[in-house]
Design a protein around this ligand. Structure first.
Ligand code: HEM
Length: 139
């Protein structure tokens, strides 16, 4: 990610903060609409899942100044996700759902540059999570 992309993601997260609760719901509705089978990976009580996701995205963005912390945090997430039954290809579906959610949340402020910044940000998170998941298979 470029410095400018990090700035754009941080700025988007500030813009999205007041509607963060809603975004969790939008994300999961979109995700399950795209792949209804994914519902079976989650608990039936989805009440706090949205908050956890938003918190994790914020935590990742907070690591922008120390990419090594981001890498190890995301690897740990990925390892746990492999245990939940998450496969590598699920990250593509989640990417589409996340981009959709950010777009809905930001409206006209979701410019092409902001989209690219999120694609790059998500790409780094997902890649590190997959590296963490791969460790589960190796050991
Ligand atoms: C960048 C991508 C993602 C982030 C930041 C993220 C974040 C989180 C967080 C913070 C949790 C709470 C539990 C924990 O920390 O392990 C969680 C749980 C979970 N996530 Fe993700 N996640 C991502 C991608 C995905 C994908 C692609 C899937 C599959 C569609 C998925 C499915 C799940 C499931 C099934 C749980 C467990 C729910 C439970 O049993 O409580 N996540 N995720």
């Amino acid at each position: 990610m470029t410095v400018e992309q990090k700035r754009l993601v941080t700025e988007s997260l500030t813009t999205l903060k007041p509607v963060a609760d809603l975004l969790g719901d939008i994300f999961y509705s979109r995700l399950f609409e795209m792949d209804p089978m994914l519902k079976y990976l989650f608990p039936s009580d989805m009440n706090h899942q949205g908050e956890k996701l938003i918190a994790a995205v914020n935590q990742a963005a907070a690591c922008f100044d120390g990419m090594e912390t981001l890498e190890s945090t995301m690897q740990e997430f990925g390892l746990r996700h492999a245990g939940y039954g998450v496969k590598d290809y699920h990250y593509d579906t989640a990417e589409q759902a996340l981009l959709w959610t950010v777009r809905v949340g930001m409206g006209a402020a979701f410019t092409v540059d902001v989209r690219h910044a999120w694609v790059s940000f998500y790409g780094e998170m997902a890649a590190a999570m997959k590296r963490g998941a791969a460790k589960r298979i190796e050991t």
